[in-house]
Design a protein around this ligand. Structure first.
Ligand code: SF4
Length: 367
């Protein structure tokens, strides 16, 4: 197959589904880690085509959704400072902090700019040497290499008016935390192919062995996901718990060594709080001591900002797979994409937004 459309071929999808149905003898619960996979599953109705009892639990792999409220508040505090140019990908501008969002800062005169790459922010810093330019660096192992490269270049080029507000998170510690939870129902994982394209698969065999769960690296198109589910169900039915790469067109077991070397140079592992989940030891990156001068949190002294999450939003339970978005009392009523109460409704990758966008509103009517 050469073209993207072919990864949605209905005849091939039917064959994969037939195989999944033929091999399934009892209920299974598996988690797709990535928000992009969640959207593909809901958009294509894959979860509704699976055998009765085979459940997809939507995992925490949406970078906007897991960025803690207090980090949003730190971004807002920095963006409101005179002389600051605050740069971010567009999806962060609507994420509500405790009281407002980045759009609100922009509307009262803050210089908040949407960029398409952290290197765009570095170019803005180069063009504005009398201003402080901050890039909001969030996300998983996928977005981290570009952010690391940008800080590396800032240092190499002597651009001292650039800094990074860092909130990077790592998938393998999150898988361990999910499996350690007393309420865990997950029996297998579809691992995120784009994360593995950077980091490889080397961290997964130990997790599969320790928790006795199959982990199948999977892509994002309908056939990718069905093939991942097919392989996962086959393992579960056979009592196996192995790591398989069902996305070899993008993922090599060794990952991307150049990106990994850059990450190791610029970042170091730290404990990180995940929105709705809490602190997971060793689950994030911060700038290493060598690059600490580029840490916006230190430069603007916002480390003391601490914020409690609203009790109204159940996104923590959604992110842990304990409830489906449509089981939240506010879903589709008080909480909609136009008036989101939580990050999982704001983010284009969020599970609540996926349920709202792709026909799950009927479930609200049925309540
Ligand atoms: S529907 Fe809205 S309030 Fe409910 S969990 Fe999702 S984001 Fe939070």
């Amino acid at each position: 197959m050469k073209y993207l459309d072919e990864f949605g071929d209905p005849e091939l999808a039917r064959r994969l589904l037939d195989d999944i149905h033929a091999v399934t003898t009892r209920p299974w619960a598996m988690m797709e880690v990535c928000g992009g996979q969640t959207h593909s599953i809901i958009r294509n109705g894959i979860d509704q085509l699976l055998p009765d009892g085979v459940e997809m639990i939507h995992g925490p792999g949406c970078p906007v959704c897991v960025t803690p409220l207090e980090v949003i508040d730190k971004a807002l505090a920095i963006a409101a400072r005179p002389g600051v140019i605050f740069c971010s990908f567009g999806d962060m501008l609507r994420v509500p902090g405790s009281e407002r969002d980045l759009f609100a800062i922009k509307s009262i005169g803050g210089d908040v700019r949407v960029v398409y790459s952290p290197l765009d922010a570095l170019a803005i810093a180069r063009q504005n040497p009398d201003r402080q330019v901050v890039f909001f660096g969030i996300g998983f192992e996928t977005t981290a290499p570009a952010n690391a490269m940008t800080v590396f270049q800032a240092k190499a080029q002597g651009i001292s008016n650039f800094s990074l507000l860092v909130s990077h998170v790592l998938v393998p510690p999150a898988i361990a935390a999910i499996m350690e939870s007393p309420t865990c129902r997950v029996q297998a994982f579809l691992a995120a192919g784009h994360v593995c394209s950077v980091m490889g698969t080397g961290e997964y065999p130990a997790l599969a062995e320790r928790y006795r769960v199959p982990i199948v690296v999977t892509g994002f198109e309908p056939l990718d996901i069905l093939e991942g589910i097919r392989r996962t169900v086959r393992q579960l039915e056979a009592g196996r718990h192995e790591v398989e790469n069902a996305y070899p067109r993008a993922v090599r077991d060794e990952g991307n060594p150049a990106a990994m070397a850059m990450l190791e140079d610029v970042f170091e592992v730290t404990d990180r709080t995940w929105r709705g989940i809490g602190m997971i030891p060793g689950s994030g990156w911060r700038l290493s001591a060598e690059y600490a001068d580029y840490d916006a949190e230190q430069r603007f002294s916002v480390g003391d900002i601490h914020t409690e999450e609203s009790g109204l939003c159940h996104s923590g339970e959604v992110l842990q797979g304990l409830i489906k978005p449509n089981e939240c009392p506010a879903f589709g009523r008080e909480c909609t994409p136009r008036n989101p109460l939580g990050a999982t409704m704001v983010s284009s990758e969020g599970a609540c937004a996926a349920y709202h966008a792709y026909r799950r509103l009927d479930m609200v009517e049925a309540r």
